[in-house]
Design a protein around this ligand. Structure first.
Ligand code: ADP
Ligand code: MG
Length: 729
């Protein structure tokens, strides 16, 4: 039956492939941003003075002028209706970790039996969705319903089109409660951006090198890893359908031992999918650039070019949405869970972060004479200090049930947060620490030994893929973010801790250098402050193998936290240190941060319960019946053999193996059921309890099931196997 279905699906795919014309793919520049209200579209449709005012808000961070709202709304509506939209929505990111939208029609009845198309400035600026059904972490009681969405003009409005031709104008918004407290991920991200760029500007002014800089922005580029699995296979697996990961499944005979998938030729069917994803993302103004096979079979990556952090974070959410939708059109399911398959590489989302000026200078670019570039070194050391002081907080921002399967496993960054700097910068840290800086190591060139090949310039430092937080030449790459996570929260934390460090750095520098310092005084102050930062905080830097046991031991000696699981990491969010930090910089009030802590705990507990329910259902209704049937078959063979007076010790052994397997399965099912049924005095206690009781019980049950899978006839086994899902495409 499966073969027949596969054949059918393949023929559908071939038809779809042919529908993708080449012209479509080459008209990229016409397509780019077609469905976003930005750039040329705005220029064409808005009166010049309104356009200029709006641009001031978008690019120069000026307050939004409400007087322009009516004009902008009118132009947006016209543009959206021309593109087939009947409705608009305020699009926001509640604390569920996904996006939310409430659609309203442009059509308004006039009371005389007619209707007009209407979209006012007030409707653009403010929406009022019912906040009571979104998690608020105690900020709101269930009967307190009022919430507001507020237009974020800095992130372009866009049109989402479904495959059935329904188009909706989506307006990125912040979401707050009636009390003004943030109930979403965007509001604190925007606040944190503002704080870090303000502090960065102070540091820049101290050095006085960059003249003409009016604005600094944080930049973000995210690399998204994902798996593709055939849709029919997911439909036949309750675990993948409900939890996004396999809760049982024996390893395939071949994994990624041969490293033959990474950067391998992309299968045609997958390429067709990628191509339509890119087409749609281009229309939405999302600058996707890179695509390739990832390490694991069935695993791939997509990466847009970096943008300002707020826009990149919104685009990341849209990108995940488009990946899911297009996968479905191509009869795939796109799995963005951190660990869909046990024993196979998990998926992350590399979060590339930097600071840039409006004059085009990347403040984390070391440039040529790095050893004397104190401005760069001050930014670099601020980041180092921030990560050392708050590595627990950084770890907590990427905590979650999914990432627990990935961090610290032998193929993902460890749960110990450390920084990779590379040879050139490590050498400069040594120089800073010694008090004298005299030279910058260079990469030079590589001669490849064949005269027809070019001489390649060599970077001054190598790469390290085991580091959770790596300096990659002109940006930091936070590699421990989970593939399903919104990047808004990790970047909120990153911005805030770095803002605090830069603030500290400027104060120290000013203390030492005094008012209006000479260049020599400035450099002397920088030397002294940087020396002390390196001395106190370089313990967080580690260039070796982050996967090794030696590093775990070494990190413990250095006193670096190793917060292994979500249960260990989340409590960081309610420490005085964290509460004070977010409050001081106005990013989150104590109540707002505590709310997030509570919601994250609740989410973890809920995910674990859903997984336990799903696992029990699969074990009881699929694995156990299959095993019992197998037992009956083998038992019948044994008794038939005995009835003719022959011996069959081998078959008896098989029977014993199946019986033992079933016994183990049944006893582990009981354990999962007992652990699931436990009640706890508080969600916090539940978090620890689920991790300590339920997780190991589920692991044991999984092992029992996986052992049975390896001895049960394939025709009795109802679940698509790892080999079928990952290898046989
Ligand atoms: P790699 O990490 O493999 O070196 P790239 O250099 O292509 O790959 O960058 C990966 C991601 O980092 C991309 O999304 C890219 O746009 C982003 N990136 C590059 N420069 C910056 C920057 N200055 N700030 C933020 N992200 C950046
Ligand atoms: Mg990368």
């Amino acid at each position: 039956m499966q073969d027949a279905r596969r054949g059918m699906i393949d023929s559908i795919i071939i038809e779809e492939d042919m529908n993708l014309t080449n012209q479509e793919q080459t008209r990229a520049s016409d397509i780019y941003g077609r469905l976003t209200f930005t750039g040329d579209v705005m220029l064409k449709r808005l009166p010049p003075e309104v356009f200029m005012t709006l641009e001031q808000t978008i690019h120069a961070g000026q307050p939004l002028d409400p007087a322009i709202a009516n004009t902008v709304a009118g132009a947006m509506r016209e543009w959206a209706v021309e593109h087939g939209c009947t409705h608009y929505c305020h699009w926001f990111q509640p604390l569920t970790g996904t996006t939310a939208e409430k659609h309203d029609a442009f059509l308004s009845p006039t009371g005389d039996g007619n209707a007009i198309e209407k979209f006012s400035g007030a409707e653009l600026i403010e929406g009022e969705p019912d906040a009571s059904s979104f998690p608020s972490g105690g900020i709101r009681d269930t009967y307190e319903a009022r919430g507001y969405t507020a237009w974020d003009a800095t992130s372009p409005a866009f049109i989402l089109q479904t495959k059935d031709g329904v188009s909706t104008l989506c307006i990125p918004t912040a979401f707050v409660s009636w009390t003004g407290e943030a109930l979403d991920k965007k509001t604190p991200l925007l606040r944190s951006n503002q704080v870090v760029v303000e502090q960065a500007m102070r540091l820049l002014r101290f050095f006085g090198n960059e003249t003409g800089v009016k604005q600094i922005t944080t930049t973000l580029g995210c690399e998204q890893e994902y798996f593709l699995v055939d849709k029919w296979q997911v439909e036949e697996r309750l675990d993948l359908s409900i939890c996004g990961r396999t809760l049982v499944g024996a390893p395939a005979p071949k994994g990624h031992q041969l490293d033959d998938h990474y950067f391998g030729a992309i299968p045609e069917r997958v390429l067709a999918f990628m191509s339509s994803v890119e087409h749609r993302l281009f229309e939405l103004g999302i600058p996707v650039k890179t695509r390739h096979n990832e390490v694991a079979p069935g695993q791939f990556e997509i990466a847009p070019t970096f943008e300002s952090t707020n826009v990149a974070a919104d685009h990341q959410m849209i990108l995940m949405h488009v990946l899911r939708e297009e996968a479905s059109k191509h009869n795939f399911v796109c799995l963005m869970h951190e660990k869909p398959f046990a024993g196979v590489n998990g998926s992350g989302k590399h979060n590339n972060w930097s600071l840039s000026t409006d004059t085009g200078v990347n403040l984390l670019d070391p440039r040529q004479e790095t050893h004397s570039n104190f401005q760069f070194l001050a930014f670099l050391c601020s980041v180092m200090r921030a990560i050392d002081l708050h590595s627990d907080l950084l770890r907590a921002t990427i905590a979650g049930a999914g990432n627990d399967h990935r961090l610290g496993a032998n193929e993902a960054p460890p749960a110990i947060m450390s920084i990779y700097l590379g040879e050139m910068l490590t050498d400069i840290l040594d120089q800073l620490e010694s008090g004298k800086t005299s030279s910058t190591k260079r990469g030079g060139t590589m001669d490849l030994g064949a005269t027809t090949l070019p001489q390649l310039p060599r970077h001054s430092s190598d790469r390290n893929r085991t580091s959770p937080f790596a300096f990659t030449g002109n940006k930091f790459e936070f590699r421990a973010v989970g593939s399903s996570q919104s990047v808004a929260w990790p970047n909120t934390v990153l911005n805030t801790i770095i803002a605090e460090s830069i603030d500290w750095m400027v104060r120290e520098l000013e203390k030492k250098a005094g008012k209006n310092p000479t260049a020599a005084k400035r450099d002397a102050a920088a030397r002294a402050v940087l020396k002390s930062v390196v001395k106190n905080h370089r313990r967080v830097c580690f260039d070796g193998d982050g996967y090794s046991q030696e590093w775990v031991e070494e990190a413990a000696r250095r006193g670096l936290p190793n917060l292994h699981s979500t249960a260990d990491a989340l409590p960081t969010l309610k420490t005085k240190k964290a509460l004070d930090l977010f409050k001081k910089y106005g990013v989150l009030s104590n109540r707002e941060l505590k709310a997030r802590y509570e919601i994250l705990i609740e989410q973890y507990n809920t995910v674990l319960m859903i997984e336990a329910n799903t696992l029990l259902s699969i074990l009881r209704t699929e694995v156990l019946p299959a095993a019992i049937q197998a037992q009956a078959q083998v038992a019948e063979a044994v008794s038939a053999t005995h009835s003719v007076g022959a011996e069959c010790t081998g078959t008896e052994e098989s029977l014993k193996a199946v019986i033992n397997g079933i016994n183990e399965l049944q006893s582990s099912i009981k354990d999962v059921d007992t652990a699931r049924g436990k009640t706890y005095a508080s969600p916090e206690k539940e978090l620890k309890g689920r991790r300590n009781d339920l997780v190991p019980a589920m692991e044991r049950a999984r092992m029992a099931s996986d052992q049975l899978e390896q001895i049960i006839p394939r025709d009795l086994w109802t679940l698509p196997t790892y080999a079928e899902m990952l290898l046989l495409r």
